[in-house]
Design a protein around this ligand. Structure first.
Ligand code: ASP
Length: 327
């Protein structure tokens, strides 16, 4: 029988409350709700934390990836129970930190708690258990009948059971009457390696009309507080150039050794060569984030800054398609 480790981190799935939802009493409750799976797989559980996922960040990513790495030889697959709000960030952290992963790491959660009527928790958990027994050596998010690549997924709906999408990346698996696997499931090409560090001195800047250059320059004044910036431009990579040129901020940042990674606000690939209003970013030393959206780009940059102190190695890593995040 296949062995699965279910790691609880919190989220609505296990929450309770009258006026507002908060992390509830969690023990072995989740697995106990699915007695029909007892003979299907051997499921152990561990509690990493019990938090609303808005409180989950680099410290928990490190603890989680270390836990999976240390248990890797004892289990065939992992399920991570997690709140939906920041699930794509944590899934991206696992995808980047667990290089050469050879087993499924399946994130799931729910829009309605397991204890509520008409919830989506039961199905998401049951689907995740089946997925965790299959030969899918990727970090995925299993939700509403789909398994999506974790580092390509974003939360798209707070009020529907279809809470996640992976724009531009077909699901790794569809769970209907049968389970259909995608042909693009990745296989490890390097030996397993866990590098669980993340640099929190990375921030995202969303380019919007009227953004003031002087405000941005203040981020670069005084004692250095940033190691990286994820820049989210318009369209495929355009920025305001006419009145004040945002590329000059990027030049100043890169000259200070701060990496600037350009991420996508919509569906499609960043192309800094296509418009005159994006070429300045390239000339200023910004790095194209390909198809990455904010979640994956931010975590990849945090991981790169913590793992590769040498700038050339860091830039090479950022341009490398580590887990299918770039295309
Ligand atoms: N606020 C919750 C969380 O992310 C939402 C959820 O789980 O759906 O922990």
């Amino acid at each position: 029988m296949r062995k699965i480790l279910l790691i609880h981190t919190g989220g609505t799935i296990g929450m309770e409350g009258q006026d507002h939802l908060e992390p509830g009493h969690y023990a072995t409750a989740l697995v106990e709700q699915l007695p029909e799976y007892v003979g299907f797989a051997k499921i152990d559980s561990a509690i990493l934390c019990n938090l609303d996922s808005s409180d989950i960040g680099p410290a928990q990513w490190t603890a989680l990836t270390k836990m999976i790495a240390s248990q890797r030889n004892h289990y065939d697959g992992f399920i991570v129970v997690h709140g939906t709000d920041t699930m794509p960030y944590t899934a991206s952290a696992c995808a980047f930190a667990l290089e050469g992963l050879d087993k499924p790491v399946v994130f799931t959660g729910a829009q309605r708690p397991l204890g509520a009527l008409r919830n989506d928790a039961r199905r998401n958990l049951a689907d995740s258990i089946e997925i965790a027994t299959l030969d899918i050596p990727e970090v995925g998010i299993c939700f509403d009948g789909l398994l999506m690549r974790g580092c390509r997924t974003c939360k798209v709906n707070t009020r529907a059971y279809h809470a996640f999408d992976s724009p531009g990346c077909e699901p790794l698996a569809k769970l209907g009457v049968d389970i259909t696997l995608g042909k693009h499931i990745r296989r490890p090409t390097a030996p397993f390696r866990c590098s669980p560090s993340f640099d929190a001195n990375v921030m995202a800047i969303h380019v919007t009309p009227g953004l003031q250059l002087n405000t941005l320059y203040r981020l670069l004044d005084g004692e250095r507080c940033l190691d990286g910036i994820v820049l989210i431009p318009f369209g495929v990579g355009t920025i305001p150039c006419a009145e004040s040129n945002l590329a000059s901020f990027v030049s100043r940042a890169t000259a200070q050794g701060i990496d600037v990674l350009v991420a996508n606000a919509s569906v499609g690939k960043i192309d800094l060569n296509l418009y005159e209003n994006s070429r300045g970013l390239l000339e200023a030393g910004a790095i194209s984030g390909g198809e990455m959206r904010l979640e994956a780009a931010l975590v990849k940059l945090m991981h790169a800054c913590a793992t590769y102190p040498n700038r050339d190695e860091r830039l090479e890593y950022l341009r490398w398609n580590v887990a299918g995040e770039l295309e």
